[in-house]
Design a protein around this ligand. Structure first.
Ligand SMILES: Cc1cc2nc3c(=O)[nH]c(=O)nc-3n(C[C@H](O)[C@H](O)[C@H](O)COP(=O)(O)OP(=O)(O)OC[C@H]3O[C@@H](n4cnc5c(N)ncnc54)[C@H](O)[C@@H]3O)c2cc1C
Length: 328
């Protein structure tokens, strides 16, 4: 049962930020994750600040070669929008394959990036794990088949759940953060933070800071792919996700960005594989070698070694799909 709370309607973005700074306040966008957390007894906000009515944050526009998507745009809109499909097709694919149609109609870009992890120990109120201020990571020696295979030193072994985060990191996206007075642009890779920085949080947002929009350099004309593997096709979280973006110059790959989702506590870039591919024509041999290099530093836990061959296959497939220009 949730505890009573006051529902606050901000007059604008600055007002929302002011209200969110108050003791016991939390922001709500689509409410998919926030309400789950309340029902699971993980949070009990005294004040819920409703973002949904804020003007202008539900727009998508293309300006100066950049795609700008407001934080309140729903995943369903991202998936279907003509300009997103044209300039950032893997983002449309990631949004369109996340969760279920009902969830995609309510869930927003900002909420997807800030959703909390799905680790079952974190989600269970009876397990006082490090993320909740405890002194133990129960996944270290417990049920860890869905956990991280990178960043093995912890101190927490979640995988970041955001499909949009994986795609945005591959696209070289920026996140526009409003701090109450002004906006600053944060590269997606700097936005997400490892548990070694602060185990209780997954990103660098400070209290009262609000994601206003995401900005993406147009990937029109670039090669790209987004692949994911789930246990079930319906309403399931991925076991593994791969997003890749690159240009072709003189017949060879250039500026490769290869990012793995559900592999680490943050969207996980693969610099060794990226450098290996740069300047090469991507064929089956190069794709297989890049996949091997990407997995070389993996350090699986007791029950998730299966993720290594799974990612190896998925990376090679995604690279070949991008090279052949298959649908994202
Ligand atoms: C069955 C199921 C399957 C799912 N599968 C997937 C999947 O495959 N891939 C995937 O990516 N997700 C998946 N999800 C998660 C779902 O996509 C997220 O819960 C949803 O996107 C959250 O968005 P929201 O707008 O509802 O956020 P909310 O629940 O409103 O907010 C989530 C968090 O973000 C904060 N927040 C919201 N907006 C902002 C903002 N603009 N600035 C700062 N903080 C903000 C809130 O305070 C809260 O802490 C699944 C969920 C379910 C229930």
């Amino acid at each position: 049962m949730t505890t009573p709370f006051t529902y606050l309607e901000p007059a604008g973005l600055a007002d929302a930020s002011r209200l969110a700074r108050q003791e016991g306040a939390m922001l709500k966008a689509g409410g998919i994750d926030l309400l789950d957390e309340m029902k699971e007894g993980l949070v009990a906000p005294e004040k819920v600040v409703r973002l949904s009515a804020l003007k202008g944050m539900d727009r998508i526009e293309v300006k100066n070669g950049k795609l700008r998507i407001g934080a309140l745009v729903t995943l369903a809109t991202v998936a279907a929008h003509k300009q997103v499909r044209e300039h950032a097709r893997i983002l449309a694919a990631a949004a369109g394959q996340a969760a279920t149609p009902q969830i995609r109609n309510a869930a927003t870009v900002g909420g997807n990036l800030c959703q909390r992890p799905r680790c079952w120990y974190y989600r269970h109120e009876d397990f006082p794990c490090r993320k909740k201020g405890g002194d133990q990571c129960f996944a270290e020696t417990g049920e860890n088949r869905y956990h991280a295979i990178f960043a093995a030193d912890g101190p927490c072994h979640i995988v970041h759940p955001s499909a949009l985060g994986t795609a945005l990191a591959a696209l070289g996206g920026q996140i526009l953060v409003f701090d109450g007075q002004k906006s600053r642009s944060v590269a997606v890779e700097q936005f997400f933070a490892l548990p070694s920085v602060d185990v209780t949080r997954e990103n660098v947002l400070q209290p009262g800071e609000i994601i206003e929009a995401v900005e993406i350099p147009s990937a029109k004309g670039k090669k790209s792919a987004y692949h994911k593997q789930r246990e079930r096709l319906a309403a399931d979280w991925p076991l593994a996700e791969v997003a890749v973006v690159y240009e072709v110059k003189n017949g060879a790959a250039d500026g490769v960005r290869l990012v793995l989702g559900h592999a680490a506590p943050i969207p996980w870039r693969c610099p060794t594989a990226e450098s290996y591919l740069s300047g090469k024509k991507i064929d089956a041999g190069a794709a297989a070698e890049a996949a091997r290099l990407a997995m070389a530093a993996a350090a699986p836990l007791a029950q998730n070694e299966y993720k290594v061959p799974l990612f190896t296959v998925l990376i090679a497939r995604a690279l070949m799909a991008a090279e052949k220009g298959e649908p994202a």
